[in-house]
Design a protein around this ligand. Structure first.
Ligand SMILES: [Fe+2]
Length: 330
């Protein structure tokens, strides 16, 4: 099935005849017809300053998926003798992301299935092995639920040209849901105040707000979500909060701040997000792991949860492709 994955100002990511196709050198704000797909590129956002890639829900060590409360549709596993699917999906995503030549790579949680040392080691081998010191990472609930001390740095600051990323640890030992401490909230405010650049805050758990409901997930608790918004609204250079955890693409605008979820690497759609920091905006594109083996696993897992997973995980095109404002603090 041919489909549109995401559209930038001058590029597009498509699925054409079961392969991922990247179109480059398109003109902003123009319409293209290709293989029955019609799409319009985003409006001009100026020259490229830097590029950030972010993955989440990579789940090294996981051996079956598709089970959720009630086990709708049954679990999927790789055939005996095949590589574990987290290896297949992450190897492909890293290879694809490396071709974008990112200035920074951020992995925002669920690095492992259960926080085991060998699972974390497999994560490091893949990601640090590919990106070296360009990669930063933080834990999610899968890393913290059964284990402690895995990737639990409370707050990290990553600067690229034109953008400051504040990466926060929202996971807590033994808990599925997420939290932000007073120290972390103060740290976010301080880090935003200390730069004139645009800021995106990243963590594993999505915020839960009246405008961005939990939809059945145990995400960030509502008190801390609102406390974050109070900080973000006071610092006009904070333009977005991006997370994983829900394994779906979603974007909701709340008080001028984009609340973003990005789908998982480890199964359908094999997603990772690219942020192109441009002179007049930050363009998000979602990519899909493109190797033959990755696409094959993604196709198998797209039918999980009684066939509902495909639409749920992909969201709408406007959940995947958009331009964030490049607001500065002054
Ligand atoms: Fe996850």
């Amino acid at each position: 099935m041919n489909e549109i994955v995401s559209i930038g100002t001058n590029s597009a990511v498509l699925v054409v005849h079961d392969e991922i196709v990247h179109l480059e050198n398109l003109n902003p704000g123009t319409t293209t017809d290709l293989e029955g797909l019609q799409f319009r590129t985003l409006s001009e956002a100026g020259g490229l300053l830097s590029r950030v890639v972010t993955m989440n829900d990579v789940h090294f060590g996981e051996t079956s998926c598709g089970e959720i409360e009630g086990n709708i549709g049954g679990a999927l596993q790789v055939e005996p003798g095949q590589d574990p699917y987290p290896e297949i999906m992450n190897r492909s995503a890293c290879h694809d992301a490396q071709k974008l030549n990112p200035d920074a790579v951020i992995v925002k949680g669920d690095l492992t299935n259960a926080g085991k040392p060998e699972e974390f080691q497999a994560f490091l081998e893949c990601y640090v092995g590919t990106f070296g010191d360009k990669v930063s990472y933080v834990r999610g609930n899968h890393d913290s639920y059964h284990a402690e001390g895995v990737a639990d740095t409370p707050l990290q600051i990553i600067d690229v040209l034109g953008l400051r990323i504040i990466l926060v640890d929202t996971a807590r030992s033994g808990e599925v849901g997420g939290s932000l401490s007073t120290e972390q909230l103060l740290g976010i405010a301080e880090a935003a105040l200390a730069t004139n650049d645009t800021v995106i805050v990243m963590g594993h758990h999505p915020l839960v707000l009246p405008e961005a409901p939990a939809d059945g997930h145990r995400s960030m608790n509502e008190t801390d979500s609102q406390a974050f918004m109070n900080v973000a609204i006071r610092h006009k250079n904070i333009v977005a909060y991006t997370a994983g955890h829900t394994h779906r693409c979603r974007r909701v605008e709340v008080s001028g701040i984009a609340i973003i979820d990005v789908a998982a690497v480890k199964d359908f759609p094999g997603a990772f997000a690219e942020y192109q920091v441009r002179e007049h905006g930050i363009v998000q594109l979602v990519h899909r792991a493109s190797s033959k083996a990755a696409l094959s696993w993604a196709t198998r897992t797209s039918s999980m949860f009684a066939g509902l997973y495909r639409d749920y995980a992909m969201g709408d095109l406007t959940d995947r492709s958009f331009t964030l404002p490049r607001r500065q603090s002054s």
